[in-house]
Write a protein that binds this ligand. Structure first.
Ligand code: NI
Length: 153
């Protein structure tokens, strides 16, 4: 068997009903950071996978919780404002650190800023149409695109 680096895997991952989708194969079809691809749709929710590195922006989703699962690497999520989960919610800002395999839910309305100094692959689960930069956000730098998720090629 020939081993090849993930980056060498190109081509399409076809999403077909009732066929398995390997997340590592889906992730290998794109390189763009902070730009989720929709894997399957579940009722009116999307399962999205994304590659991330560096900092995203502070934003909040006023109408929905946001579920994160770290597939590979380490994701950090800074949280602030009313409703911030955790024992120190009175203290303002805090950060959760999610290693590979960890899950976390950002409650609706809570301001959050994902980041990953070393880079990570993540899975998100949220209502179809949820924008990556939320309903409220700080200025969006050029390396961040606002999207409701892209189809896999
Ligand atoms: Ni978010």
């Amino acid at each position: 068997m020939t081993l090849r680096p993930m980056g060498a895997m190109t081509g399409s991952v076809r999403i077909e009903p009732n066929r398995p989708v390997k997340l590592t194969a889906a992730l290998a079809t794109f390189e763009q950071l902070w730009s989720p691809r929709i894997v399957p749709r579940v009722n009116d929710y999307d399962v999205r996978v994304a590659k991330v590195a560096g900092e995203h922006i502070w934003h909040a989703h006023d109408e929905t919780d946001e579920f994160f699962l770290v597939i590979d690497g380490e994701l950090r999520i800074a949280l602030r404002g009313p409703g911030t989960p955790g024992p120190d919610q009175e203290a303002g800002e805090r950060e959760v650190v999610l290693p590979a395999g960890a899950v976390f839910v950002v409650p609706r309305g809570v301001e959050h800023r994902p980041s990953s100094p070393e880079g990570a692959s993540i899975l998100m689960f949220e209502p179809t149409g949820t924008p990556t930069t939320g309903d409220r956000h700080e200025d969006i730098p050029v390396h961040i695109n606002t999207t409701t998720g892209h189809a896999l090629d």
